[in-house]
Design a protein around this ligand. Sequence first.
Ligand code: GDP
Ligand code: MN
Length: 403
Amino acid sequence: MNIHEYQAKQLLKKFGVRVPEGRLVEEGSDPKDIPARAEKAAQDLAKSQGNAVWVVKAQIHAGGRGKAGGVKVCKDLSGVKAAAGEIIGKTLVTPQTGAHGKKVHKVWIEEGSDIAREFYLGVVIDRALSQVVMMASTEGGMEIEEVAAKSPEKIIKVAIDPTLGFMPFHGRKLAKALELSPEQTKEAIGFFKNIYRCFIEADCSLIEINPLILTRKGNLVALDAKFNFDDNALFRHPEIVEMRDLQEENPQDIEASKYDLAYIALDGTIGCLVNGAGLAMSTMDIIKLHGGEPANFLDVGGSASKEKVAHAFKIILKDPHVKAILINIFGGIMKCDVIAEGVIEAARDLALQVPLVVRLEGTNVDRGKQILASSGLKITPADDLTDAAKKVVAAATKNFNRS
Ligand code: GDP
Ligand code: MN
């Protein structure tokens, strides 16, 4: 799960990490009053912080906003009004949004920071080491992937033993890499330690502070923040789940997570409904082997109900690129007749138009096949995986040429 920058900063603040103060301005029902609300927020902020410079930042679940015009430094209130009015409603295209870009629905208005130096700080889990790794680089503000490719020696890493936690020597090593003074090093050790504590206690899978800045006064401040959380641990953080912004997520993904389905949208034309992740992957492989492209990965799980199958089927059909669907079920715990009933229910509800190829095998297979055959739906049965893949690729190609 992802959160917005302003939410990430609120979380960091709770763990004692220094962040700029700010105010949120949302799109609201009347876009015409955005500039007025932004002005009020900026005035309110100045009253509490005494700042004379503001930064208006687009809040979307993607980085690279600066270069796309989503971050504006403003020296007066009229600048804040104009920036907020311009950025909200705008579609930002950045290297992380994909070609369609992301529409901005809210901005974070922040006190301006007096930047002396910009750094990069990242925390991830290194699977090979089975440890949390914190990394820092003097090349802040830039894309870290680029730094990693061109000058990997400029990224300094420390691995943190989970039983010992973050130790002062970790902090000294990172601070030295950032060429901090002895006094700044002392502050940095506390800063890094708090970030590590946040990473562990909030069950993060990634924290990225880019840039981490040193102000002219000599303070370290997290000027940007990106978080990813371990979805499997979200159940113990209701306050983090509350930060989820459904507007930022793909509608099919939201539907899938509602019904606890493992769904990943892909670019192809063949929808796949499969039980078991391994079978789902080999189904995608064999579709590709026979010249087709899967439109999704979808594992309905080992013990799906009729309703769950019906929802899965509807999610596939919502993708306008789908030209044919392959249902590939090996019924072990899952029963073939349950699958057949779910498919029929969804197909009737949605007045199914695309060709459907079904390969069923396993528990109650005869009953399943019988239910499908007597449903009146146009279904092409298949005997094995190869037969199913050939038939669905042919059906998708034919349907694609027609539409
Ligand atoms: P991103 O482009 O989506 O990663 O957004 P960032 O939050 O990292 O902002 C991009 C850049 O804007 C930063 O690297 C800074 O150089 C600049 N920036 C952001 N806030 C301030 C600020 O308060 N003062 C100044 N001078 N620059 C800022
Ligand atoms: Mn950034």
